[in-house]
Design a protein around this ligand. Sequence first.
Ligand SMILES: [Zn+2]
Length: 426
Amino acid sequence: MTRARLAVVALGVAVVVAQGTGITAQRERAYLLKPARVFDGERVREGAVVHVQGARIVAIGPAADVTAPGAEVIELPGMTVMPGLIDAHSHVLLHPYNEATWNAQVLNQPQSLRVARAVNHLKATLEAGFTTIRDLGTEGAGYADVGLKQALAEGVIPGPRLLIATRALIATGSYAPKGFAPEWEIPQGAQEADGVDGLTRAVREQIGRGADWIKVYGDYRWGPNGEARPTYTLDELTLIVEVARSSGRPVVVHASTPEGMRRAVLAGAETIEHGDGGTPEVFRLMAERGVALVPTLAAGHAITQYGGWVPGQGPEPARITAKRASFQAALKAGVRIAAGSDVGVFTHGDNVRELELMVEYGMPALDVLRSATSVDADVLHLSTQIGRIAPGLLADVIAVRGDPIQSIRALREISLVMQGGRIVIR
Ligand SMILES: [Zn+2]
């Protein structure tokens, strides 16, 4: 063996030793969180403490029962410890439409600019206590979410855990930008694909390039009078679900019309987004088949304000009244509600707005907290990793000042954010 080769071997040993030390150090890093109460994802446990070791939660229980020798004790008087929040519907590659229209973002902004903004959006999201999000389509930014997800996973940038949908699927002619001379081919905010061959190929393309979920626009505003109408046929939606499911990917459908929602349910979609026009009948069908509704209350609330409405002033716009009524019909039908806001339409980091509106529109605060933690984790197929404070799960944990059951606004008072056992905000 030459001297050079020896040196390389020695260096290799040194690297292994150094890595070994790092792993040991991480394994030994332990915290005992002592708040006023713990919301464990399902119920409130007054006086409970949480023991975190390395990346995981190892114990939760009354202070007298949880011994954590050597752990750093973090006193959190008056505070509530709970699982990191989850937003099941975001667009990190969009920013509020009162800053730039959706068309301008899709057509005029360089993808590099959109990615630069997204990096800031992800940081703001984590700082707001959201430790996982499902991002539902890049809206014209191609596969930019794939690299963002990788950057987060490798620790290059701070942000929540990210599930991605890449480009999303639209029926030809149904989506946007529209309104141009018909002789021009205008780039669209998602991937146009139709029929057996086209859809099979597009679903597999998106999966091959990194999609965790297949997002489909099941209806859109392309009716004769610009109203929302179904896009894909039931056969097409069923095919999408079959192709996606054989690879282990679930399907999420944007649908606001009763018929678009009905087709999505019958085809086997796992979540339906928006559901603004949902009827008691279609909500009953969703409840029967266990399909979750992601209400995105905050999106319409924001868009109506961009149109000039000031909440609390003047008569309530019909869109808001109707949305509250359909949300209440979904609650009454027993539909599983997964918290998701459509953030990007409004400011990233203000995701709590959705949870405040859920309470305002009549959902009990405890159920809202469940939606944004354990229910979202179950719906997103992540319940073996996150969404609850339970031994063995990843320590994605936040602490907020006060009691969010008494006042949901307490969720805005973030005092600690821990991600995989690492304190990211204190
Ligand atoms: Zn959306």
